[in-house]
Design a protein. Structure first.
Ligand code: SF4
Length: 206
């Protein structure tokens, strides 16, 4: 990687499909590469082109939305404080989607953490994210057990963390239907959670 350049898998304009900001127009910056290898990963994040931070800000600024979603792969592998500062200077609200296993730069406006069941440093000690988005496999596992909260759930909720439970997309319509049914049942029984759907897939958009 050339000094100051980042490996970009893709950029695109769309609606945020999941979690708290569902429906929000946003510029998406997908960084290449991940430190995990989840068996259910449905993201093609390995290919890349290189862009400088200034080129990224310039490209994002060509569009009207001032909400940027930095995703991956795992964005913490590449995201720098200087890109965060440059995007803020350009007027962006910065949302980062992370698996929570690596530290992020300071000053991110909204951190969406989606733990992937791997050993992960305590989120309490590093500062809670704004939302936790947990994939539900519908296998009867209590999703709270997969959360690296380092404290109890009440404390995290008191700190303002929002909890989203999202049915896993298995690629099999019949299986997905069962998982969705089970996810709704879990949320109804545990109302501190909210349902998150991949609405971009339902809408047929990226
Ligand atoms: S953390 Fe996300 S991007 Fe990385 S392998 Fe797992 S599902 Fe894929």
């Amino acid at each position: 990687m050339v000094n100051g350049e980042m490996r970009i898998n893709e950029t695109f304009l769309s609606l945020q499909g999941e979690g708290h900001f569902t429906g929000t127009p946003a510029f998406f910056l997908r960084l290449s590469g991940c430190n995990l290898q989840c068996p259910f990963c449905d993201t093609n994040h390995k290919s890349f082109t290189e862009m400088s931070e200034d080129e990224i800000v310039q490209e994002a600024s060509r569009h009207k939305p001032r909400h940027i979603v930095i995703t991956g792969g795992e964005p913490a592998l590449q995201l720098t404080s200087s890109l965060v500062d440059k995007l803020h200077e350009a007027g962006f609200f910065i949302q980062v989607e992370t698996n929570g296993s690596l530290p992020l730069p300071e000053g991110i406006d909204w951190v969406t953490c989606s733990p992937k069941g791997t050993p992960c440093p305590s989120l309490k000690e590093r500062g809670y994210p704004h939302e936790l988005k947990v994939l539900y496999m519908g296998d009867g596992t209590d999703p709270i057990k997969s959360l690296p909260l380092g404290g109890d759930l009440e404390e995290a909720l008191g700190a303002g963390v929002r909890l989203f439970l999202q049915p896993l997309d298995t690629g099999n319509a019949e299986r997905n239907h069962i998982i969705l049914r089970d996810t709704i049942a879990y949320v109804m029984q545990h109302p501190k959670w909210s349902l998150s759907l991949q609405t971009h897939k339902l809408l047929g958009i990226k």
